[in-house]
Design a protein around this ligand. Structure first.
Ligand SMILES: CC[C@@H](C(=O)O)C(=O)SCCNC(=O)CCNC(=O)[C@H](O)C(C)(C)COP(=O)(O)OP(=O)(O)OC[C@H]1O[C@@H](n2cnc3c(N)ncnc32)[C@H](O)[C@@H]1OP(=O)(O)O
Length: 254
């Protein structure tokens, strides 16, 4: 199994468990995300969703390039991108607070997953970024749209995307992408972050998330996410993308 699910005292933790691949997302992990979305929507014993990755090196390195590089055409790419894009939209619109516990690098689609969460707790020293541009593609799971709507200063949002490079934890806090930066224990960082929220009745959280969802509906977020995915799918079949992924997989970029 490439992911772990733990539900303790209302806190559901989804851990991507592929340390050797820096917690890259494959089809099985996508299905795991789908499973927790269904569970949370159908049960009322989950108060918080935490997403994290195994180990210290990566929260998530994005889509598994060795697996998804097999997708050659725009249509094939759209299939994978829209599957994860819809799952991410479902996560972003869950009725409970969602927290990315960013224990290591969050790059590419990993940065999109963290951005889709309501809050991001980032370990000091960790680097995160929308590095998709270096692969000749844009963000393809809706993360660009979430970033633009995230409330971080507009010029920083666009700069993060067009820079296509990583930013360290202190910079991420300064621009407002990181909600908090923590030093040592991620368990303690999480506990400190949710201590007050835990005292609030879940129906209050549901009501606030409903407000967020209403605002997103007014802004046609789902349609915009799908447009973002289409753009990425187009670029996916370009020579620039193929060459960049080949370089990564053959390590000629190191
Ligand atoms: C598909 C959707 C699209 C989107 O919508 O956004 C994407 O997500 S595109 C994918 C973007 N991701 C990347 O470009 C991968 C970037 N990875 C890295 O920058 C680094 O791996 C890291 C996350 C910063 C970690 O660096 P480090 O600790 O030095 O590890 P290595 O680079 O040596 O990697 C170890 C091992 O893991 C494999 N790996 C890493 N990321 C991926 C990945 N996304 N897909 C597949 N495999 C990945 C890497 O190849 C190494 O494998 P081995 O050499 O076999 O050990």
């Amino acid at each position: 199994m490439t992911y772990k699910i733990d539900l303790t005292d209302g806190v559901l933790t989804f851990t991507i468990d592929r340390e050797d691949k820096r917690n890259a997302i494959n089809d099985e992990v996508m299905n795991g995300f789908k499973e927790i979305v269904t569970y949370i929507n159908e049960h009322n014993d989950v108060r918080f969703l935490i997403i994290t990755g195994t180990g210290e090196k990566a929260f998530c390195s994005g889509g598994d390039l060795s697996e998804f590089h097999k997708l050659q055409t725009e249509q094939e790419a759209f299939g994978m991108l829209s599957k994860m894009g819809k799952i991410l939209y479902d996560i972003a619109t869950l009725p409970v607070p969602t927290i990315a516990l960013v224990n290591g690098a969050a790059v590419g689609g990993g940065c999109e997953i963290a951005t889709a969460c309501d809050f991001r707790l980032v370990k000091r020293g960790v680097k995160c970024g929308f590095i998709q541009g270096t692969l000749g593609i844009t963000s393809g799971w809706g993360g660009g749209t979430y970033l633009i709507e995230s409330g971080i200063k507009q010029d920083f949002a666009l700069k993060m995307l067009v820079d296509s490079s990583t930013y360290d934890s202190d910079k991420l806090l300064e621009i407002g992408w990181a909600t908090r930066v923590f030093e040592h224990s991620q368990e303690q960082a999480l506990e400190d972050f949710i201590v007050n929220m835990k005292k609030i009745h879940p129906s209050v959280h549901h009501a606030y998330k409903e407000m967020k969802l209403r605002s997103w509906k007014e802004k046609n977020m789902f349609e915009r996410v799908m447009e973002e995915i289409k753009l990425c799918a187009k670029l996916w079949e370009s020579d620039a993308h193929n060459e960049a992924v080949n370089n990564f997989l053959n390590k000629s970029n190191k």
